[in-house]
Write a protein that binds this ligand. Structure first.
Ligand SMILES: [Zn+2]
Length: 72
């Protein structure tokens, strides 16, 4: 067995090969940049879902519907 075998993983962000070792500080990401991009995607996704829920609540708010009806 070769004791020097290194595990290679793919960066989830850019698919670049990343050596799974102490050298790769941001594993499984190839760099801090890719790690931040991935975290940013998560945050953006959560915001999008939250915004959608708020919008739907607004659309179906009885106060808003009553307001629309009373205006015209
Ligand atoms: Zn990367």
């Amino acid at each position: 067995m070769n004791k020097n075998t290194v595990t290679i993983v793919k960066c989830p962000t850019c698919q670049k090969n990343v050596e799974w070792s102490e050298k790769s500080l941001y594993r499984p990401f190839c760099s801090k940049r890719c790690q931040l991009i991935d975290l940013g995607d998560w945050a953006a996704e959560e915001h999008r879902i939250a915004d959608k829920e708020l919008t739907e609540q607004d659309l179906w708010s009885e106060d808003d519907l009553a307001d629309l009806v009373s205006k015209h």
